[in-house]
Design a protein around this ligand. Structure first.
Ligand code: 3UK
Length: 546
C-alpha cells in the first residue's frame, strides 16, 4: 500500500501540479526506497536495533552527551506529547523557533516520526516575518525557545487562526515527564511531505519548498555517502541553523545516517565555533566561507587539530580563503553548492579531487549542465545558466514561481556557471548579479576573490552601479582588516592589486570602506542592500572614502 499517511491533506493540496515538477532520478541502487518509509526509523531507530544505542548522538554546547538510546527515548516522549496532549494529526504543520540544540533536534525528529511536517524558522525572524509563515503554512502548533516567545506571540496575534505555542523550557519538560518513552513511527509514505523550508528570499516573498521523507534519506545516500563519507567515529560541528537545510543535513541528517555524533551549538558565531572546536574536538565542520575566514584571524596553532573534513556552502568559497585555511590547518575545504529547493548540496568538491577555485563536480546521483537563455545545452568552456536534476528537486508550495525554477524537468538554480572539459563547475555569479560594464560581463565574486587575496581586506562585496558612460561600473564595498586605514592611497593600492591579478577591465572603479557588510541569517551577502546603499548615495553603514 502506498497511500499517504496524512489525515490532514494540506501538503498534497498545495504541491504544484505534477506537470511542473522536476524530473526526479533515482539512478543509484541506494536511492531506491520502499514506498513506505519514515525517515526517523532509518536515521535513529535503526541504530538501536543494530546495538549502537550507547554511542554518542547529540552533544550540547556544554559538552553534555545524549546517546542514541537516550535520543530515541526523548524523541518518543515528545512524539507521544505531540500526538497525545497536543493532538497532532499526520500532515499537520508544526513551527519551530529556537537556536540549535539537542532538544531542538529531538523535537524535529519527533515531529517527523509522528507524521507531522516541520516548519523550522530562523531565530532572528521577527513578528511580521513569522506571521507570514504561520499563515502561509497554516500552522496551529509551535515550539519556541523560552527567550524567543515574544515575537512569536505577537505574530500569533496578527493571525486569525489559533496557534498553540509550547515553551521548550519548563512547559515541555513537564509534558515529557509524564509521557511514555515508547512510540511507533507513523507509517508514512516515502513521498509524504515532512518539511516545508522557507527560502531566505532576498527579493519578493519567501518561497516555501516542500520535501518528503524520501528526500531526507536521498541527500544522505548521495552527498553524504559518496562525497562526505562520514564514519560512526566522526563528531560533526557547525554554525548553520537547523532551519537552513544546509544545517539540517550537515548537523542532523548526515551524522545520524552515519551513526556519528553531532555538536549542536546555541551560539555559533566564529568565536563560539572556534571555542567549541578546541573544547569538543569535532572531526567534521559545516559552515559558511565567511566563518572560515573569520576563524582564521583568531586561530591559535593546533586549535583545529581534531578536524579532518571542512565543508563550505551558502556562498562561493574564495580561493584566498581556501588557501589560507589549507596553510593554517593542512585541510582542503570542500566547497559545495546547495539550495533550499534541492534540499542540500548537488555539486561538490571531493577529498580526492579538489580543484581550488572550482565548486566541484556533480554529486553522484545528480546531473548538472550549463544551458543558454533558450535552454539549449552549452559545450564545456561556455558560461551559462546552471541546470541540475537528481533524486531531490524543487517543489514550491502554492507558488507561481515554480515554472521559473523548474524548466523542462531541470532545476534552474539562478546561478551562472562554467563547466570545464573535466566536468568541474566554476561559479561565476548569481545570474541576476552579473555586471555588464562597457560591454564586458564581469562576475562580482571573481573581483571579490581578487580583493580578498590582498592582506588589507577582511571582507568585501562587489556590485554593479549605474554609470552614464559605461552602463555600469564595478563598485566594491570593503571591510578593512585591523591596522589598515581607508583613504585615497588604499583605494589606489587595491585597484592596482586587482588590475595586476585579473583582467584589468574588471577592477573596481569605485570603492567604499564600510565597517560591516549586510548579510542574511544564512551568512549570504545581500547584494541588493549594497545596490540600494549605492543608489541612495550612501557609501555604507559607516566610514567611507571615494
Ligand atoms: C548560492 C552558492 C556559490 C547559490 C544551501 C548548501 O545555500 C543554500 O541554500 P539557499 O537556498 O541558497 C541557494 C543559492 O546560494 N550558493 C550556495 N552554495 C554556494 N554559490 N558557491 C557555493 N558553494 O546562488 C545557490 O543557488 O540559501 C547550501 C546546502 C543547503 C542549502 N540550502
Amino acid at each position: 500500500m502506498s497511500g499517504s499517511a496524512h489525515e490532514d491533506t494540506f501538503a498534497a493540496e498545495n504541491l504544484p501540479p505534477q506537470a511542473l515538477w522536476p524530473d526526479r532520478r533515482f539512478t543509484l541502487p541506494e536511492l531506491q526506497y520502499p514506498d513506505r518509509v519514515n525517515a526517523v526509523s532509518e536515521l535513529l531507530d535503526g541504530h538501536l536495533a543494530r546495538g549502537h544505542g550507547q554511542a554518542p548522538c547529540l552533544i550540547g554546547q556544554d559538552g553534555q552527551v545524549w546517546s542514541y538510546a537516550e535520543t530515541a527515548k526523548a524523541v518518543n516522549r515528545i512524539a507521544n506529547v505531540l500526538t497525545g496532549t497536543l493532538g497532532l494529526k499526520p500532515g499537520n504543520r508544526v513551527l519551530l523557533r529556537a537556536p540549535n540544540s539537542p532538544l531542538l533536534a529531538a523535537i524535529y525528529l519527533a515531529i517527523l516520526k509522528a507524521g507531522g511536517i516541520v516548519v523550522a524558522t530562523m531565530p532572528m525572524l521577527r513578528a511580521r516575518e513569522l506571521a507570514y509563515i504561520l499563515a502561509k503554512a497554516r500552522i496551529s502548533l509551535a515550539f519556541c525557545a523560552s527567550g524567543l516567545v515574544d515575537d512569536l506571540a505577537r505574530a500569533r496575534d496578527l493571525e486569525p487562526g489559533p496557534v498553540r505555542i509550547v515553551d521548550m523550557g519548563a512547559e515541555l519538560s513537564a509534558l515529557m515527564a509524564s509521557a511514555s518513552d515508547a512510540f511507533k513511527a507513523c507509517d508514512t509514505a516515502a513521498e509524504d511531505i515532512c518539511l516545508i523550508g522557507f527560502t531566505s528570499g532576498t527579493t519578493g516573498e519567501p518561497k516555501a519548498t516542500m520535501h518528503a521523507h524520501r528526500d531526507l534519506l536521498a541527500i544522505c545516500d548521495s552527498y553524504g555517502r559518496h562525497v562526505l563519507k562520514a564514519a560512526a567515529s566522526d563528531r560533526f560541528i557547525g554554525s548553520p541553523p537547523l532551519a537552513f537545510t544546509f544545517g539540517l543535513g550537515g548537523l542532523v541528517l548526515f551524522p545520524l545516517r552515519a551513526g556519528a555524533a553531532t555538536i549542536l551549538l546555541e551560539r555559533a558565531s566564529p568565536d563560539d565555533l572556534l571555542g567549541a572546536m578546541v573544547a569538543l574536538k569535532p572531526t567534521i565542520c559545516f559552515t559558511a566561507p565567511t566563518a572560515y575566514r573569520a576563524i582564521l584571524g583568531k586561530m591559535q596553532p593546533g586549535a583545529a587539530a581534531s578536524l579532518r573534513i571542512c565543508v563550505s556552502a551558502g556562498e562561493a568559497l574564495p580561493l584566498a580563503t581556501f588557501e589560507a585555511w589549507k596553510a593554517a590547518t593542512g585541510i582542503s575545504i570542500q566547497d559545495g553548492i546547495g539550495a533550499t529547493e534541492m534540499l542540500h548540496i548537488f555539486i561538490s568538491a571531493t577529498v580526492e579531487a579538489v580543484r581550488p577555485g572550482a565548486t566541484g563536480k556533480a554529486v553522484p546521483g545528480f546531473e548538472a549542465k550549463v544551458i543558454d537563455q533558450q535552454g539549449r545545452d552549452l559545450p564545456p568552456g561556455s558560461i551559462g545558466r546552471l541546470a541540475v536534476r537528481g533524486p531531490t528537486g524543487c517543489r514550491y508550495m502554492a507558488d507561481s514561481r515554480q515554472s521559473v525554477y523548474v524548466q523542462d524537468g531541470w532545476n534552474i538554480t539562478g546561478d551562472t556557471y562554467l563547466m570545464d572539459e573535466d566536468g568541474y563547475f566554476w561559479y561565476q555569479a548569481r545570474s541576476d548579479d552579473m555586471i555588464i560594464s562597457a560591454g564586458y560581463n564581469i562576475a562580482g565574486p571573481e573581483v571579490e576573490a581578487s580583493l580578498l587575496s590582498h592582506p588589507a581586506v577582511g571582507e568585501c562585496g562587489v556590485i554593479g552601479v549605474a554609470d552614464e558612460e559605461r552602463g555600469m561600473i564595478v563598485k566594491a564595498f570593503i571591510v578593512l582588516r585591523e591596522g589598515h586605514a581607508p583613504g585615497e592611497a588604499m583605494v589606489k593600492l587595491l585597484q592596482d592589486h586587482v588590475k595586476a591579478d585579473i583582467a584589468a577591465y574588471k577592477y573596481p572603479r569605485a570603492i567604499a570602506f564600510v565597517s560591516s557588510l549586510p548579510r542574511t541569517e544564512t551568512g549570504k551577502l545581500q547584494r541588493f542592500q549594497l545596490r540600494s546603499m549605492a543608489n541612495a548615495g550612501q557609501p555604507g553603514p559607516s566610514r567611507s572614502a571615494s
